[in-house]
Each structure stands twice: as structure tokens, then as C-alpha cells.
Ligand binder design. Structure first.
Ligand code: UD1
Length: 417
């Protein structure tokens, strides 16, 4: 992707559906033999990976509209989620819970490490084991069997999003009541709970630290519209801010963006939020801020890299502490190659600004890191060439077209496989 910096973003753009909400809801299709119709599904590489995974289990998947996906697990023909798919997308691991709940048997590859840290799945496994499952890890696969799942109290060591979702999807068909304590409160967990409830599940407390699930005999089909992507919203807000532009996002999920809006305002960016929708603008200088990533409703780790790019332009010293993933500063080195002044020590990065950013050849290392480089490139002099943009396509739908429509000079010169 080639970006020529220096143009303020101006205009209005519609956000796509949330990637992180879509993926686990797709996995929930395994829980019923009836159709699950999903609307506002983003067209992304990760969604295609999830489709491939589900098709491998015997689920039929059909695009019934540009952004409408209908999934039906009328009959499952396999219990295997292979390494090739799980390693490319960790969210695949969330098929364990639904597969086990529906068939009593699942064999799911463990995801292994990834660029941003170790990211173990121990909490998923412990939780699902507590529901009465026999689990063995053999040859890199989790092999799980249960004659039936039995509701239980589960306490999570930390409020993992994926573990909360996986356990919730196993528990909806278990006998009796399951309580997940120290559950994740992220909007995507709430969105999954809403989808499951519309399929006939009985769930209380999603959005709080204690989720109660009363198991039911069976679930039925449903029709669910996916909420807009809060991370895409935050990313474009930051992009607008760094270019000194003015951008409106009419379908931004404003109520999910409180921490992001607060930090942007603190750094001198004008944000107007009303109902569903935000306008972001900047004409003055950027101020330095202190930022800690935290579980929701704290500042999301998925926007840390983008904020770092913005803070390279603040007048003064900003301090960023990453508390969720231990190795999520890979973008800092690439930003430094563009002229940023960033010092890293353990989970903390000290960003001194304003730095003059100059275009350079850079490499995307993960999904959000790639967005951070694009944001820096939008403010850099001359041309920045970003390689490995397939990371971007995992989670941002037609981002080049969206930024282009706002006035960015951005061009995809080669499709990478
Ligand atoms: C999800 C999001 C991801 C986001 C992350 C944190 C999806 C598809 N992905 O990832 O974009 O960055 O939440 O908001 O929704 N952990 C354990 N053991 C486990 C599980 C997690 O120790 O069994 C640790 C992780 O290593 C990490 C922390 O818990 O340090 C949070 O991870 P988690 O919330 O599980 O993230 P994901 O669900 O993988």
C-alpha cells in the first residue's frame, strides 16, 4: 500500500460491522440445526477464515446479500478444527464450546503464539473442563469429550474475552446453571449474549463481571444484525485527528467509545458525540497524554498502536502502558524508522513529540500495527510504502477506499496472498 501524507481527511464515512462481534456469533451457528442469518457482516479475511472453518465442520454458509451471511449447521459432518485455520485466526478456538455443546465431542487445534504475545488458552480449557468435559491435549490439539455438560461456577483468573465467549457458548446447552465470575465486559461479549438470547438461550448479566447462564434443551435459528465496529471507528477518528481534518462517522457506536473519546479530547482533539455518531476535528496542537490499556470499559489494547502514531505528533512526552498483551509494541520500531522518538521499557513506551515523520518503506506486523503505520503515513512527508498489508485485510473492510473517499492519497499497488 502506498500512502502520500499531508492531506487532511474530510467528510463522512460509514463504518462496517464489528469483526470481533461477528466471529464468535458465527461460531454460535453450530449450536442449532436451524439457520442463523447475520446482517451487517464485514467482508474480511477473518470472516472468510471463519466460513472455511465452519464449512469444514459441515455448516452451510451462503452470502445472501452483500453483507448478509446465512449459516446453517443442519448436520455436522466433522468435529475437527484444524491447525491451518486456528493458527491464522485465534478466534477459531471459540468453536470448541459450541461444538462440544452440540455434539459432545470436539478436536480443536491450539492456536500457538502470535506476534503480540503468548496468548494462551488455559482459561478456555479450565472453564470448559469445569462444565464436566474430559480434555486432553495431544499432538497440538485439544481433544474434548462430554456425555453431557453440567452447569457450574467458573471463576476466570483474568477477564478474557475469548474464554468468556467460549464458556458462554458451551454453557447455553448445559444442564442447569453456569455462573462465570470475573467475566469480560466487552461489548462483543454483550453482542454474543444478545445473539444467543435471540436463539433461545437464557443469559443474564452480560456486560457485568458476573454472567449467569441457565441451560436450555435446544436453540433455534435467529436473525441478528451486527453492531458497527468500535475499533474501526477509533482508528478512523485517530486518522482524522493526526491529519488535522474533520470527519463524521454517522454510525459510530458512541456509547462503546467513552475511553477513546476521553483520551482524544485530553490530547486536544475536538470530538462531538451524539447518540449514534461522532464528529472528530482538530486544528490546534496535540497535547501529550498518559495512557493505559485495560479491559473494557478501559482504553482498548486494539487502539494502542493507532494512538501511539498520533502521540508522536503531540508537543511533549506521552507515556503508554500496555497491560493486556506483553509484546504489543512491534509497530513502535517501524514508527521509529519513520522518524518517531519512542523509548520502550517493558510494558511502557515513552513517546516524545512532535516528531517530523518522513515516508519510508515499512512492514505491518499485525492487524492493528498495520493501521498505526497507515495513520503515521497520513501525517508523514512524501511517500510511505507499507508491505504485508494482508494483516490489514484481516480486520478492516475496504479501508483504502474509505480513507480515499475522505481525501487520503492511498493506493494498493499489489494484492498479497
Ligand atoms: C480479544 C479480541 C482482540 C483483543 C483482545 C483484548 C477477538 C476476536 N479478539 O482477543 O482483538 O485485543 O480480546 O481486548 O475478539 N489469556 C490467558 N489465558 C487464556 C486467555 C487469555 O492468559 O486462556 C490472557 C491473554 O494472553 C491476554 C489477556 O488474557 O493477556 C486478554 O486476552 P483475551 O481477552 O482472551 O483476548 P482474546 O479473546 O484472544
Amino acid at each position: 500500500m502506498i500512502v502520500h501524507g499531508g492531506r487532511p481527511l474530510k467528510g463522512s464515512v460509514m463504518l462496517s460491522g464489528s469483526k470481533n462481534a461477528t466471529l464468535p456469533i458465527m461460531m454460535a451457528s453450530v449450536l442449532t440445526d436451524q439457520p442463523l442469518r447475520l446482517r451487517n457482516v464485514p467482508r474480511l479475511r477473518d470472516v472468510n477464515t471463519a466460513i472455511a472453518l465452519l464449512q469444514g465442520l459441515g455448516v452451510s454458509a451462503e452470502w445472501t446479500g452483500e453483507h448478509e451471511l446465512t449459516l446453517q449447521a443442519a448436520k455436522l459432518t466433522s468435529n475437527d478444527a484444524p491447525y491451518e485455520l486456528v493458527k491464522t485466526m485465534r478466534a477459531s478456538f471459540c468453536v470448541l464450546g459450541p461444538l462440544l455443546a452440540r455434539t459432545g465431542k470436539a478436536r480443536v487445534s491450539t492456536p500457538g503464539g502470535c506476534a503480540i504475545g503468548a496468548r494462551p488458552v488455559n482459561l478456555h480449557i479450565t472453564g470448559i473442563r469445569t462444565l464436566g468435559t474430559r480434555i486432553q491435549i495431544r499432538h497440538g490439539y485439544v481433544e474434548a469429550h462430554a456425555d453431557h455438560l453440567e452447569g457450574a461456577r467458573i471463576w476466570l483468573d483474568n477477564p478474557s474475552v475469548g474464554a468468556t465467549e467460549n464458556i458462554m457458548m458451551a454453557a447455553v446447552l448445559a444442564r442447569g446453571r453456569t455462573t462465570i465470575e470475573n467475566a469480560a465486559r466487552e461489548p462483543e461479549v454483550q453482542e454474543l449474549a444478545r445473539a444467543l438470547v435471540s436463539m433461545g438461550a437464557r443469559i443474564r448479566g452480560s456486560g457485568t463481571h458476573v454472567i449467569e447462564i441457565e441451560g436450555v434443551e435446544r436453540l433455534h435459528g435467529a436473525d441478528h444484525e451486527v453492531v458497527s465496529d468500535r475499533i474501526e471507528a477509533g482508528s478512523i477518528m485517530v486518522a482524522a485527528a493526526i491529519t488535522g481534518g474533520e470527519v463524521e462517522l454517522p454510525n459510530a457506536p458512541t456509547h462503546e467509545l467513552d475511553a477513546v473519546i476521553a483520551k482524544l479530547r485530553e490530547s486536544g482533539v475536538y470530538v462531538q458525540a451524539n447518540g449514534d455518531g461522532v464528529t472528530v476535528a482538530r486544528d490546534g496542537k496535540l497535547k501529550p497524554v498518559e495512557l493505559r490499556t485495560l479491559p473494557y470499559p478501559g482504553f482498548p489494547t486494539d487502539l494502542q498502536a493507532q494512538m501511539m502514531a498520533l502521540l508522536t505528533q503531540s508537543s511533549g512526552t506521552s507515556v503508554i502502558t500496555e497491560t493486556i498483551f506483553e509484546n504489543r509494541f512491534m509497530h513502535a520500531l517501524e514508527l521509529t524508522r519513520m522518524g518517531a522518538d519512542i523509548l520502550m521499557k517493558g510494558p511502557t513506551a515513552v513517546v516524545r513529540g512532535p516528531a517530523k515523520l518522513l515516508g519510508a518503506p515499512v512492514m505491518a506486523t499485525d492487524l492493528r500495527a498495520s493501521m498505526s503505520l497507515i495513520i503515521a503515513a497520513l501525517a508523514a512527508e512524501n511517500q510511505t510504502e507499507i508491505s504485508r498489508v494482508y494483516h490489514l485485510d484481516r480486520g478492516y473492510e475496504a479501508l483504502d477506499a474509505k480513507l480515499g473517499a475522505l481525501g487520503a492519497q492511498i493506493e494498493r499497488v499489489k494484492d498479497e496472498v
